[in-house]
Design a protein around this ligand. Structure first.
Ligand SMILES: [Zn+2]
Length: 196
């Protein structure tokens, strides 16, 4: 039995590289020329819809088989923790991520939900995403509701509430009764108060 040139693993009788599978993979991955070639190959494969579908199918297959193996799952999880601790936790990376997220969120609200009162945004999104109502139709439903709520609130105000609004300066007196004197706007004693 031969052993791997880089580790104590034993090699099969037909092995030609002198390295076990993981050591030869590690040696290849350490080679920049090989890495560049592989990256170019992946980019080429991902440049067409069919290629992307194939890559996705491969990833799905690996997920269902290779990454389900307990030791591979542990390795992946350890690698994730390593990336989190060494990259994602870095203050500069965190800042970049937070900035990207808040910019995207702001753009989203600004562009397509600015018309919607904040308290109805969840409802609107529920209509569109869960009930599959078309966006324009959902918008019409929400705006109609807002208008009817507003009308209802206004109609429901009692005399006392109206008086309170008036005292707070939030309402003005509207007097639709026009009391006009049939007389012309002047008086015989010379003041022109009637014209003011
Ligand atoms: Zn080895």
């Amino acid at each position: 039995m031969k052993t791997c040139s880089s580790c104590p693993n034993q090699l099969g009788s037909r092995n030609k590289s002198g390295r076990c599978r993981s050591c030869s993979a590690r040696a290849l991955n350490a080679c920049p020329h090989h890495a560049a070639k592989r990256a170019a190959g992946i980019a080429r494969a991902a440049s067409t819809p069919e290629g992307r579908a194939k890559l996705a199918a491969n990833a799905r297959k690996l997920n269902a088989t290779y990454w389900k193996e307990p030791e591979n799952a542990v390795r992946r999880s350890e690698h994730g923790k390593h990336i989190y601790a060494t990259v994602l936790c870095r203050p500069d990376v965190r800042e970049l991520n937070a900035a990207a997220v808040s910019v995207a969120a702001k753009r989203r609200w600004k562009s397509y939900l600015s018309w919607c009162p904040p308290e109805h945004r969840a409802w609107y999104q529920h209509l569109v995403r869960s009930k599959h109502v078309r966006a324009a139709e959902a918008k019409r439903i929400v705006l109609e509701h807002v208008a009817s709520e507003k009308a209802r609130r206004k109609a429901e105000r009692t005399f006392e509430e109206k008086l309170a609004l008036l005292e707070q300066g939030k309402a003005t007196v509207s007097n639709n009764l026009r009391i006009r004197s049939p007389e012309p706007s002047y008086s015989l004693i010379g003041n022109s108060g009637g014209m003011l």
